[in-house]
Design a binder for this molecule. Structure first.
Ligand SMILES: [Zn+2]
Length: 895
């Protein structure tokens, strides 16, 4: 009896506490239900709500994981049963140990899996105009904390949920923009005046191996250094027309460096998600070939997780606070394995999408709770596989190897029994020691500071990095103390291979001989190539005086000032190091005289110079060396040019990246918009104008008619954004740009803005054409197709435009323009080629079908026009702030 009374009072007490805690409902705080028509919550309101929830619930712990690019707090709400929250460090340590899979036996891992909790990441709001994202996030959090059903209790007991706000700045911008009209029917998320991430808008989901942006670094730190969630659920919008939501599993190809357990793990979660919707009579979930999303590429919030053995989930759901409807798409009314339960055309409300999202989150969390031990043990198993593969001779199953086998089966003479013949053929590839995966990589310390930036992207991504404490020798080569070593016998081996090795995208065609299937994003990216770092692949096991750096320990480039004792005339610093541009720009700002030859910058000694170079050396790693007399080579005197960087209303992502790069390297610049180009006296304000990808329309064809983007009317736009409206037009802007060049201005174009060369009648033509019935036509996809991939260009590095570059460089190519010169263009000094594709095989990483068409094509050139100059770069030399190897090609044009 006493026991019963005790139990009763316990039940009463705990229900009393749950009332006393009184977690505020979204309605009580925001003034509307999450999912109500015509209402969005902004970040300021959401931040206040998170703080209220944090003090009213024992099931949450609110954490600031860093600042955003606009300076707001970025939050992670950790949600679990209070008994778990009391032991958070213990559970985090278990998650880390299992993910790293180092120094623990399978038996110990089994035990840790039983003791640990499943860690599930649920984010919201990354792409801020996809407004379901942050609103489902708020509502799911509230429901998980306040619901008392058995399923919720089990979830809280067995899992630790990391609710991560993926883009605070974007939520503030988009929600305020939507809510700015008191007339609900006028509310829209369209026509935003600027990007929903300060620099890069939608590309904030293209930054997760590079982590240029603080939001990416904040989140990656939680993912790969702190928590290693076994499941990461990244919410997006919008599903394919005629469906409600696209989700896992995804279409092929997946990346060949993944563990098979990862792929089947995604399948299992996909089944849990779609089954739950089906069971709850929520039709319209599409998967596999039903949508365009694949698991090939690295760099997305969800996809970088794959390279760390984390089951990444992406859903793309429809829905908007302004009611919409499911359109009639006849083909989406046939059930198949990609869409088992079609949805009928109907009216659709924001609340419907919130409800679907909560079901999907619950499906994931329920799975995590019920299969917690397996999830924890599986991430250990994947890590273990990686360590084993990196500890012995291993061969990744690449498409190029299958092609080589197919070729051998055709060309080799069969001898003996067929099965032993096949084994002989197999061994020629898969026991060929030169084709092994590396055991590790050595990055010599004596190279440019970009190498340290490369090491830091590995470290920010939770990769184990070692550093040599003294000089050493491997495979007959000497390396200096301080050199870095990255071994592949570690849990996140897929990410290590991916950062150093070429991606081998399969030839993917709709049908044999048919058009290519465009990859969802890049086909190849290899940062070690596009950053231009020096490294050695080591195929055999190796050792040395290597010290392991602590996970997450960021490295700093070590600058130096080599001073002679007397007679210091000035200082030189190398042209091949990107950090030198920071130095040049700072020294020019201080009024110093800076000179340049092919190999060195040179600055004349002055009393104030010592302090400047001390600072530049320690902050940016620049190495200065004193000289006793003026250098004898030809010297260019540098002058900072007045730079205009094209941008547009709403914000160009490519321009945003260059804006960020300019800030990183301390280039002063102004943004310039179409209205100013059309009306201002450009030569009086600018020396150089930069047009990035997407700025300049093509020649007057059908394409250029649709090029002019629809923009809001002048009167619909707040006053501070009015000057940004307008497009680059063929009638007005192009003549103004031509006039600017004629009068001595310089114009730089990147990517498709090479169109300008045709508008200005520069003596070049498109190299990627064929003659059909006497007419010039672009090569069709069946013959030539190079989506985002890394290609090698060859440069004239004696030309001062290329000073500091090597004789070849790896560049990012994305269906980029390629040119041939008209006869006499060089002889008459109209065109100076800067870079070209020197052979029939210039692919370095990715997919380049028909790459032989590039041979002898021009990648970059300068054209002399009037008193000025047009500089055209076909490849995307500043791509996503990643392609450090080609930054100099732009920078050299800016003095
Ligand atoms: Zn999205």
């Amino acid at each position: 009896m006493r026991k019963i009374i005790f139990l009763l009072s316990f039940v009463l007490l705990s229900s009393f506490f749950s009332i006393a805690q009184n977690v505020p409902s979204p309605k009580s705080h925001f003034g509307f239900e999450i999912g109500d028509n015509y209402h969005l919550a902004n970040f300021t309101q959401t931040e206040q709500y998170l703080k209220k929830v944090a003090v009213s619930s024992k099931k949450v712990k609110l954490q600031v994981i860093g600042q955003t690019e606009e300076g707001r707090n970025q939050y992670m709400m950790i949600v679990s049963d209070p008994s778990n929250l009391a032991n958070l460090e213990k559970y985090k340590l278990i998650a880390q140990k299992l993910a790293h899979a180092e120094d623990i036996t399978p038996e110990e891992a089994k035990k840790l899996s039983m003791d640990g909790k499943a860690v599930v990441w649920i984010d919201g709001g990354l792409h801020a105009t996809e407004v379901v994202g942050i609103h489902q996030w708020i509502e799911t959090m509230y429901q998980i904390i306040t619901r008392n059903d058995e399923e919720t209790k089990r979830i809280l007991k067995s899992t630790i949920i990391l609710f991560v706000h993926a883009n605070p700045d974007g939520q503030e911008l988009v929600s305020n923009w939507y809510m700015r009209s008191s007339d609900t029917l006028k509310r829209t998320t369209s026509n935003l005046p600027r990007l929903y991430q300060k620099y890069i808008g939608h590309d904030n989901n293209r930054d997760f191996y590079m982590m240029n942006m603080s939001e990416s670094r904040n989140m990656s730190h939680q993912q790969y250094i702190e928590w290693m969630p076994q499941i990461l659920y990244n919410h997006h919008q919008t599903g394919p027309p005629g469906t409600v939501v696209a989700g896992p599993p995804y279409r092929d190809p997946f990346n060949h460096v993944y563990d098979p357990l990862l792929i089947t793990g995604i399948d299992a979660l996909g089944a849990a998600m779609s089954s739950r919707l089906n069971a709850e009579s929520k039709p319209g979930y599409t998967m596999k070939g039903g949508s365009v999303y694949s698991t090939w590429w690295n760099g997305g919030l969800r996809t970088t997780a794959y390279y760390h053995n984390i089951i990444g989930l992406l859903t793309e759901i429809i829905g908007n606070p302004t009611p919409s409807s499911i359109p009639l798409v006849p083909q989406k009314l046939i059930p198949n394995s990609g869409l088992p339960y079609p949805i009928l055309p109907q009216k659709w409300y924001f609340k419907n999408s919130i409800d679907y999202s909560i079901s999907l989150n619950y499906a994931v969390l329920n799975y995590a709770a019920r299969y917690k031990d397996e999830l924890l043990f599986n991430i250990y198993t994947m890590g273990r596989h990686s360590i084993d593969a990196g500890s012995k001779d291993s061969w990744t199953l690449y498409p190029k190897r299958a092609d080589a086998l197919t070729e051998l089966l055709k060309t080799e003479k069969p001898s003996g029994k067929i099965d032993s013949f096949q084994l002989t053929v197999f061994d020629k590839i898969y026991k060929n020691p030169t084709m092994r995966d590396p055991r590790g990589y050595i990055i010599p310390i004596s190279q440019s500071t970009t190498a340290i930036q490369f090491i830091n992207i590995l470290i920010n991504s939770g990769i184990k990095v070692q550093q040599a404490s003294s000089d050493f020798m491997v495979a007959g080569k000497n390396y200096a103390a301080g050199s870095y070593i990255v071994k592949t016998n570690q849990a996140f081996r897929p990410h290590v291979l991916d950062m150093f090795e070429p991606q081998d995208h399969p030839n993917d065609f709709l049908y044999p001989g048919g058009p290519p299937v465009r990859p969802y994003d890049a086909a190849g990216w290899t940062p070690a190539f596009t950053m231009g770092i020096e490294f050695d692949r080591i195929l055999n096991d190796f050792s040395g005086p290597f010290e392991t750096l602590a996970y997450g320990e960021i490295q700093k480039p070590i600058g130096k000032i080599n001073r002679s004792i007397t007679n210091i005339y000035g200082y030189s610093f190398p042209t091949n190091d990107n950090a030198s541009y920071v130095a040049v720009n700072e020294l020019l700002k201080e009024g110093a005289k800076v000179y340049k030859n092919k190999d060195q910058y040179f600055v004349r000694f002055s009393d104030q110079l010592n302090a400047s170079i001390e600072k530049l050396s320690s902050a940016h790693g620049v190495v200065f060396t004193s000289v006793t007399k003026p250098p004898t080579d030809t010297i260019q005197i540098l002058k900072a040019l007045r730079i205009g960087l094209w941008d547009k209303y709403g914000g160009s992502i490519s321009s945003g990246w260059v804006r960020w790069v300019f800030e990183q390297y301390h280039f002063p610049f102004n943004l310039i918009f179409a209205q100013e180009i059309d009306t201002a006296n450009l030569v009086s304000k600018y020396d150089v104008i930069v047009f990035v990808e997407g700025a300049i329309p093509p020649l007057k064809t059908e394409a250029s008619v649709s090029f002019e983007e629809r923009q809001p009317k002048m009167e619909e736009v707040p006053v501070e954004f009015k000057s940004m409206l307008g497009n680059i037009t063929i009638n007005k802007s192009i003549p103004a740009i031509a006039n600017f060049i004629q009068k001595g201005g310089k114009v730089i174009t990147i990517g498709s803005s090479a169109n300008l060369a045709y508008h200005l009648n520069a003596p070049v033509r498109n190299a990627l054409v064929e003659m059909v019935d006497g007419k010039e036509k672009s090569l069709p996809g069946e013959k030539y197709f190079i989506p985002g991939s890394v290609m090698q260009i060859t440069l004239d590095n004696n030309n001062q435009a290329n000073w500091g570059m090597n004789a070849t460089a790896d560049v990012y190519f994305n269906s980029s323009p390629v040119f041939r010169l008209l006869p006499d263009a060089i002889a008459q000094k109209q065109i100076v080629p800067l870079a070209w594709y020197a052979s029939a095989k210039t692919l370095r990483s990715g997919w380049a079908f028909g790459q032989a068409y590039l041979q002898d094509g021009i990648a970059a050139f300068e054209a002399n026009i009037g008193k000025g100059k047009l500089c055209v770069f076909g490849p995307e030399i500043t791509f996503r702030g990643q392609t450090h190897a080609s930054f100099k090609m732009l920078f050299n044009q800016l003095y």
